[in-house]
Write a protein that binds this ligand. Sequence first.
Ligand SMILES: [Fe+2]
Length: 409
Amino acid sequence: MIRLDPFPDATRVAPTPPAAGGFAPPAECAPDELARYRARLEAVCGLAEELPRQCDADTLNVALVRHVQRVLAADVLYVESGGTWRPVGTGPDAPFANRVPLENLRKALAAHCAAARRERRVLVPVQAPAERALLAGHSALLAPLPTADGSPRTLVVLRQADSPAFDDQDVRIVSALLRYAAPALRTVAMSARLQRIAVQMVSALVNAIDAKDDYTSSHSARVAELARRTARELGLPPREQQAVEWSGLLHDIGKIGVPEQVLNKPGLLTRSETAAMQRHTLIGHEMLRPVAQFAPVLDAVLYHHENDDGSGYPHGLRRAEIPPSARIIHVADIFDALTTHRPYRRAYDCETALAMLRVDAGRITDPAVTAAFELALRRYRTRERESFVLRFAHLLEPGPAAAGRSLGS
Ligand SMILES: [Fe+2]
C-alpha cells in the first residue's frame, strides 16, 4: 500500500520545492489550494496503487477515468473515438444533455480532439466564441487515451460554467495519470496476447489429438466443459475451475505419442498394446512439463486414470493420493467414454452412464466427485437447456440397456 507522508497543517505549512510530477504547491498557498494539491497527489498515488491489480484493459481504463473524474471534480466525461462519442464515468445527466446536445460537443470539440491526439498531449482548448456558445460555457480538457490496440481515443472532460475553468495544473495532473496508465496498459495488452497465444496453442494440440483418434472427436472439449462445471459444483475457486477446464482439454494430449493402429484398433487391445495406450499419461506429462503455463494441468494429465481403490495407472495411487483435478477429469472422462459410440459397443444413454458411475464410485472414482459431477450435469441440462442441447445432444438419445452394469463389467 502506498502511503503519503503526513501532510503538514495547512495553516502552518512551509514552502516545498516543486515535485517531479510538476504539481507541487507554490510557496504562497491558501489552505483550500493545499487541499486541492493533496487530492491530486492522492489521485496519482491511488492510481499507481490500483493499476497493478487490474488485469484487463477495460477495467484499467475504468480506473483511469474514475481517477480523472475525481481529481478534476469533472461534471461530464466522454470518450471520443473515430467520431463516436460515448459517455463514461457517471455520464451526463438530463439537464446537461439538454444544455449541451451531443451534436454541439461534436461541432465544438472534434477538431480539438484530433489536435490532442495528433500532438499526443493533454490540452485545454482555447474556445472561439461560437464554440463557447455551443458548449454553454463549459470548460473542456482533452486527453489522448492510451489504448491496448493502438486505436485513437480521446477522453473529453467537461466542467460546468460556474466552476473554475481547467488550467495548467489540471493538464499536468492528467498528464501524470496518463503516464502511469500507459505502461500498465501495454503490460495488460501483452499479457492478453500471451494468453491468446497459449489458448491457440492448446487448441492446436487438442485438435491434433482429436484428429488422430477416430473415436475421440470433440471428446476433450466435452470433458473440459463437464469437468469445469464439476469443479464449480465442488466449490473450487475460479482459478482452479479454469485449471480443471484446461486439464480437460489436454488430459489425453499424450495420445499423440501412441501408434495410430493401437489408438484406432476396433477390437480389444493385447497386453503390449494396452501398455502402449497407457503410456499416454506419461507422454502427455513429459510433453507439457517444460512449459511453465501448463504447470496447473500436469497433475490431471498424469493421474487421470488413477482409480479410487489404487487399481489404476500409471502409479496405482489411492483416493487421497490422487490430486483433486485428476479425480474430476477421471469422472468426466469415463462418463464421456460411456456416452459415445465405440467400435465395440453403442453409446450408453445418460441415465445408464450415471448409474454405472454410481455403482463404481468408491472403487473407480471418488464418490464425492461423482456426486458433484451428477449434480452439475443435471443442473446444466435443466437450467441451460439450449447450450446443453447444442453441445450434448447425444445425451438425450436412448442407448442400450445396461441395468446393474458396472464400469468393469
Ligand atoms: Fe486418458
